[in-house]
Write a protein that binds this ligand. Structure first.
Ligand SMILES: [Zn+2]
Ligand SMILES: [Zn+2]
Length: 730
C-alpha cells in the first residue's frame, strides 16, 4: 500500500511534540511529503519536530499556511504506529501529543549519520586528582566500553563539561570519532537452540505455529520458576526472525538484561538491540533509527521500547508479565502489558505473556477465551518445587528487636554446615521503617510529605520513600530537643543484616536492596558474585524475587509473610501470593532440593494457606469470585483521579465540584467515591485528594470520564491526573 503523498504546497496536518491541543495545519514542502513523515515545522519563532498526521483540519486558505521546513531522513511512521498512539491516547485519556513524545524520545533523530565525537575511559592517569575528576573516572570505570556524548557524561557524573575536557590531555578520558548508527550484528535464527524437554518442545511448536499462521493473538505462557519459559519463547522469537519480522522482549528489571542478553547470544550468535534508561544517548539513537529502518530485528528493553517505530513487528514477549513495574506511575500512566496487547492488535502481531505467577487480569482473559494458555509443568531437569512451610510466630520466642525465629535460625545453621546458601527475605528497604524519640514519642516525618522518614544506616541518613529527600540521622530529637533518645522501630532489610551478623558471625552475608547499588551494573556484579557462591546468607528485598538465578540457594526464610496483606489494596492478596511464590521459587534450582519457610502470625489466613498448599488454580478461582462479587478489576472498571495542590482546600473544592457533577458518569452506570484525602495525603508539599470511579466492565468509561472532567475548570496551581486501571491506590 503506497502511503498518501502530499504534493508541494498541498495543505496537511502536523502533530508536534509541543503541548498543544492537537495537530496544526501546514503546507507541504518542495518535493512533497508522505503521510507519517517526520518533519520540522515553524511554531511561532521556533523550529519544532512533528509527524505528518493527516489531511489539513482547518479551512484556512492555503497561502496563509506556513510551509513544512524540512523532512527528516528517517522512514515515515507507519499507519499501525499512528493507530496505536491514537488508541493508547484514547484508552489512557492522555493527550495524543504526550503519546507522540513517548514515540520520539530519541536524541537528534534528524541528524545525518556521519561521525561524531564520543568519550570513554582512556589508559592515561590524570595529572591531578579532584573530587569532580574522580566522579567522571568512576563512572567511566563502571561503564567500561560505553561511549558518551560530552554533555551526557558531564550530566551523569554531576560535573561541568570543563571537568571532562580537562581529563583529555593526560589521556585519562579518551575522545573517539565514532560512526553514528552502526548496524547491529545479524542474529541467526537457524542456529540450533538448547535441547528442550517434551513439554517445552510442545509449547515452542505451538508458538511457532501461531506465528506462521499470522495475525494477532495473545498467549499466556505459564510455568514455574526454572521450567524454561525463556527457551520456549526464544523459539517464537526465532520463528519471527526467520520470517523477516521484528521481535520485542520486554523485561521488568534492567538488572536482568545482561543475563538475558547472554542467552540470546547463545541462541542466535549475536546480541540484540537494547532500549532502557541505562543505555547511552548514542546507543538510543542507533537503536531508534535501526528499528525504524527494520535493521534491528530483536529489541530487548523496558516498557518504553513499546513506543519504538517498528515497521514489521511480529512478536512482543512480556516476561514476568505480573510485575508491577510494567505500570508507569508518573507522567503518562499506562500499563506496558496492556499497551503491548494494543500495539500487537494494530500490527497483526503475536503477544506472549510469560510468568510463573500470572496476574489475575491475564488469568481472567484466559478464562474468558480472549487469550490462549500454555503450561510448562515440570521444572527443567525434573527439579521439584521447594517444600513450603509456615513458622507460626505465636509459638516462637523471639527477643524484642529481633525477628529471626529459633526455627528459622536452626534451618539457616544447617545450610551453613552443608555449605549451601540461605536467603533471608524482607520486602522493606532501609534499616527501620520508623524512627521514634523514646523521650517524647514523636516519629521523624518528612517536611514535604505526609510520610515517615526511613533510616538507611548504610547511607547514615534518613530518607523519605515518597519524595527521595534525605537528611542526616539526628542526634537530638527534632521535636523535644532531647539528645540520644532516637530509636529505630521495626525491621528493614539493613537491620536484618545486623541480626544475621550477630547470629552467624562467621558467615559471609550480602544485602541485596535496590537503594544500595548506584547503578544497574553494580547490582549485576553483586548478583553474579552471590550466584557464584560469594555469600553464605543473602538478605534481600523483592529485588531478589525477580528472576535472578542462585544455583547454590536451598533455603528461603521469609521474615514477615503477613506484610503485604496489610492495607486495603484490592490486589493485596494477589501480590502477596505472587511475591511469596516467586521468592520461594528461588530455592533449590540446581540439583539440591529447596525449602521455603514463611514466618507468619496468621497461618490460618486463606492467602497464606493457598501459598503453602500450592493450589494456584484454587487461589485464582477464589480470588476471581471475590473480585467478581465486588465488581472490581478485572471484572469491573476503575479509574483513580488524584487532585493535588499546595492548598488542601483548593484540591478539595475541585474534588467536590467533580463529585457534584457525576451525572454523566452515572449515565454509563459508573459510580464515584470521594473526594477523600489520599492515603499519602501530601507529597512534595502538595496536598492530595482522591476520587475513585467504579464502572461495569463494558461501560464506555473513557468518554464519560472526559465529559465529566471537562465540566470543571482546573486552577493553574492544581494538577489533576487520571489513572485508568490503577495499580496503586496511594
Ligand atoms: Zn523527642
Ligand atoms: Zn518526602
Amino acid at each position: 500500500m503506497t502511503p498518501r503523498r502530499f504534493a508541494p504546497g498541498e495543505p496537511l496536518a502536523v502533530l508536534t511534540t509541543q503541548p498543544l491541543d492537537g495537530a496544526l495545519d501546514y503546507r507541504a514542502p518542495e518535493g512533497g511529503v508522505v503521510l507519517g513523515a517526520f518533519v520540522e515545522v515553524p511554531l511561532g519563532p521556533r523550529k519544532v519536530m512533528g509527524v505528518v498526521w493527516g489531511e489539513a483540519e482547518g479551512d484556512w486558505p492555503v497561502e496563509k499556511l506556513r510551509p513544512v521546513l524540512g523532512v527528516l531522513d528517517v522512514p515515515p511512521m507507519t499507519p499501525g504506529m499512528r493507530a496505536f498512539l491514537e488508541r493508547a491516547a484514547a484508552y489512557t485519556l492522555t493527550p495524543l501529543v504526550s503519546m507522540l513524545r513517548l514515540a520520539m524520545r530519541v536524541p537528534g533523530p534528524g541528524e545525518k549519520p556521519g561521525k561524531r565525537r564520543l568519550y570513554t575511559l582512556g589508559d592515561g592517569e590524570p595529572d591531578r586528582v579532584t573530587d569532580a575528576r574522580t566522579k567522571v573516572l568512576a563512572l567511566l570505570e563502571e561503564r567500561r566500553g560505553d561511549l558518551f556524548a560530552l554533555s551526557e557524561l558531564a550530566d551523569l557524573a554531576g560535573v561541568s563539561t570543563g571537568v571532562v575536557k580537562g581529563l583529555l590531555p593526560s589521556g585519562a578520558v579518551a575522545e573517539v570519532e565514532a560512526p553514528r548508527d552502526a548496524p547491529y550484528p545479524v542474529l541467526d535464527p537457524a542456529r540450533p537452540g538448547k535441547p528442550l524437554a517434551p513439554d517445552q518442545q510442545a509449547a515452542a511448536d505451538l508458538l511457532r505455529d501461531h506465528l506462521r499462521t499470522g495475525g494477532y493473538g495473545t498467549t499466556l505462557l505459564k510455568g514455574v520458576t526454572g521450567s524454561g519459559k525463556t527457551e520456549v519463547y526464544l523459539e517464537a522469537v526465532a520463528e519471527c526472525l526467520s520470517e523477516g519480522r521484528q521481535a520485542l522482549v520486554l523485561l521488568p528489571e534492567i538488572a536482568l538484561t545482561s543475563e538475558f542478553l547472554k542467552r540470546v547470544e547463545a541462541r542466535f550468535g549475536a546480541t540484540p538491540a537494547e532500549w532502557h534508561s541505562g543505555v547511552t544517548q548514542a546507543e538510543r539513537r542507533r537503536c531508534w533509527r535501526m528499528v525504524a529502518e527494520g535493521q534491528a530485528k530483536l529489541v530487548v528493553g523496558a516498557r518504553s521500547s513499546l513506543f519504538l517505530p517498528y515497521p514489521r513487528l511480529g512478536l512482543i514477549v512480556v516476561d514476568e508479565e505480573h510485575d508491577t513495574s510494567y505500570k508507569q506511575e508518573d507522567g503518562v500512566l499506562y500499563s506496558a502489558r496492556d499497551m503491548a496487547v494494543l500495539r500487537a492488535a494494530e500490527e497483526g502481531a503475536r503477544v506472549v505473556l510469560a510468568s510463573a505467577t500470572p496476574s489475575l487480569e491475564s488469568w481472567a482473559n484466559v478464562e474468558a477465551g480472549k487469550y490462549d494458555r500454555l503450561d510448562l509443568t515440570s521444572r527443567f531437569g525434573e527439579r521439584a518445587m521447594p517444600v513450603l512451610r509456615a513458622i507460626d510466630m505465636r509459638a516462637e520466642t523471639v527477643p524484642a528487636g529481633r525477628w529471626i525465629s529459633p526455627t528459622l535460625r536452626g534451618a539457616i545453621a544447617r545450610r551453613l554446615e552443608a555449605g549451601e546458601q540461605s536467603l533471608v527475605f524482607l520486602n522493606r528497604r532501609g534499616y527501620a521503617p520508623v524512627t521514634l524519640c523514646r523521650a517524647c514519642g514523636q516519629q521523624v516525618a518528612c517536611h514535604q510529605c505526609d510520610a515517615r522518614m526511613v533510616e538507611h544506616r548504610f547511607l547514615k541518613r534518613l530518607m523519605c520513600h515518597q519524595c527521595g529527600e534525605t537528611r542526616p540521622m539526628p542526634e537530638t530529637c527534632p521535636s523535644c530537643g532531647i539528645e540520644g533518645k532516637m530509636a529505630p522501630v521495626g525491621p528493614g532489610v539493613e537491620r536484618m543484616a545486623e541480626e544475621v551478623a550477630e547470629l552467624f558471625p562467621d558467615a559471609r552475608a550480602a544485602v541485596l536492596s535496590s537503594d544500595l547499588f548506584g547503578s544497574a551494573r553494580a547490582l549485576k556484579a553483586a548478583v553474579e558474585e552471590i550466584a557464584a557462591g560469594g555469600a553464605d546468607i543473602v538478605i534481600g528485598t523483592q529485588l531478589v524475587a525477580k528472576g535472578h538465578n542462585f544455583p547454590l540457594l536451598t533455603l528461603v526464610g521469609v521474615i514477615d509473610a503477613d506484610l503485604g496483606l496489610q492495607g486495603g489494596d484490592l490486589r493485596a492478596a494477589e501480590r502477596t501470593f505472587q511475591l511469596m511464590r516467586q521468592v520461594s521459587g528461588r530455592a533449590g534450582r540446581a540439583d539440591r532440593p529447596g525449602e521455603a519457610l514463611l514466618q507468619t502470625y496468621q497461618p490460618e489466613h486463606p492467602v497464606i494457606r493457598a501459598i503453602l498448599s500450592g493450589d494456584e488454580e484454587g487461589f485464582w478461582a477464589a480470588e476471581a469470585a471475590e473480585r467478581r462479587a465486588a465488581g472490581v478489576p478485572p471484572y469491573g472498571r476503575m479509574a483513580g483521579i488524584v487532585i493535588s495542590d499546595p492548598e488542601a482546600s483548593v484540591a478539595f473544592d475541585l474534588g467536590n465540584a467533580l463529585a457534584r457533577r457525576a451525572q454523566v458518569l452515572e449515565e454509563v452506570g459508573a459510580e464515584v467515591w470521594g473526594p477523600a484525602p489520599a492515603p499519602i495525603a501530601r507529597i512534595r508539599g502538595r496536598h492530595r485528594v482522591r476520587l475513585l470511579v467504579k464502572a461495569p466492565r463494558q461501560a464506555p468509561i473513557q468518554g464519560a470520564l472526559a465529559r465529566w472532567i471537562g465540566q470543571v475548570d482546573v486552577p493553574r496551581s492544581t494538577r489533576l491526573s487520571v489513572d485508568i486501571d490503577p495499580q496503586s491506590f496511594l
